[in-house]
Design a protein around this ligand. Structure first.
Ligand SMILES: [Zn+2]
Length: 335
């Protein structure tokens, strides 16, 4: 199951993204004498590994380590040699050149890699929403991911302070506010074992933090360009994608209409991404939205509004993780 975040700011479950349409994209050149940014190298290593040997794919597969060493350079050369009959053999995949275009053609992704550098060719035709995700949109997602990291960090710190406050016999006004927050968003005091409720929330936030940190540090690409059959979708992600062994699930997809000023979308998708998958019983789903205040609304997977969630629902409610990261927004505040 996947979550689709739409233009109106609401979310719903969806089948997976289309297999085609998510073009292989790089921000800089990869290979001999290339810029070799780690995330780009990973993209090319993954793409080459999906090419059958007789079409020029590496054998054995390259290790996907983000380092452009001799094996990766040789694999690019081998791919070029077989694909272009020796006419191109510079061992370099450039941002909008033939080698990348051929990789995309063979993988059935996008119309061609020529769209990569934000070209104006226009008629990419990669899905119902039309067009293709631009590098600017991916960069916007990446910059929002930095704000997401900062906010999740603060949420973890507030959660820890709240847990300390919860255990005090004499609470200051600030302590009381911290406890009210975790009781409103995560129903901590109502849980059979409040300490374990806090531990599990913290665990999810820590997974979210490691996913977004890896991405922000350039160790791993979190975002991928993609199209969705619903033209109003701005982003989508797989439940439990963080743990998935399926390559396609390990991304938050950014669509051609992605345009937002808030990291809320990123935090929302990260929460789905870092909970369990739908067979785990711990998948983070849409239980209840805090909007409109004061009670919010029941969602498809919920049985009560935001105010009266049971602790298990709060623990697995994507909106709880999202809005706890935005304490300054009045409509998310504890009523
Ligand atoms: Zn969602």
């Amino acid at each position: 199951m996947w979550c689709k975040y739409d233009l109106g700011g609401t979310c719903s479950n969806t089948e997976g993204p289309p297999d085609s349409g998510d073009a292989v994209r790089i921000r800089g050149s990869v290979g001999k004498g290339g810029q070799n940014n780690a995330t780009d190298v990973i993209t090319i290593q993954r793409a080459l590994n999906q090419i059958p040997g007789q079409q020029g794919g590496p054998s054995p597969n390259l290790s996907v380590d983000g380092k452009c060493g001799q094996l990766t350079i040789a694999a690019i050369g081998r791919f070029q040699n077989i694909q272009f009959n020796g006419t191109i053999w510079d061992c370099l995949v450039d941002t909008n050149k033939k080698t990348l275009a051929r990789l995309n053609d063979l993988l059935g992704r996008g119309s061609s890699a020529m769209m990569v550098a934000g070209s104006s060719s226009g008629s990419t035709g990669v899905g119902a929403s039309g067009g293709s995700t631009t590098p600017d949109q991916l960069d916007l997602a990446r910059s929002l991911a930095k704000d997401a990291e900062r906010r999740i960090n603060q949420a973890v710190q507030r959660l820890q302070s709240a847990e300390a406050a919860r255990l005090k016999s004499n609470r200051t006004a600030a302590d009381q506010q911290l406890v009210r927050e975790i009781d409103w968003h995560f129903k901590v005091s109502a849980a059979a074992d409040p300490a374990s409720q806090v531990r599990r929330i913290r665990e999810i936030y820590m997974f979210m933090l490691s996913a977004v940190r890896e991405s922000n540090a350039g160790h791993r690409e979190l975002f991928r360009a993609g199209v969705h059959s619903d033209p109003t979708a701005i982003a989508f992600a797989a439940y439990g994608g963080f743990f998935s062994t399926i390559e396609r699930d390990r991304f938050v997809f950014i669509t051609p209409i992605f345009r937002t000023a808030s990291s809320g979308v990123i935090i929302h998708e990260l929460a789905h991404f870092c909970g369990g998958n739908e067979t785990s019983g711990r998948d983070i789903v849409h239980r209840a939205s805090p909007k409109p205040p004061p009670r919010g609304t029941v969602q498809k997977e919920g049985v009560s509004d935001y105010a009266s969630q049971i602790p298990f629902h709060a623990l697995t409610n994507v909106y709880s993780y999202q809005v706890y990261c935005f304490p300054e927004i009045p409509e998310f505040a504890v009523p």
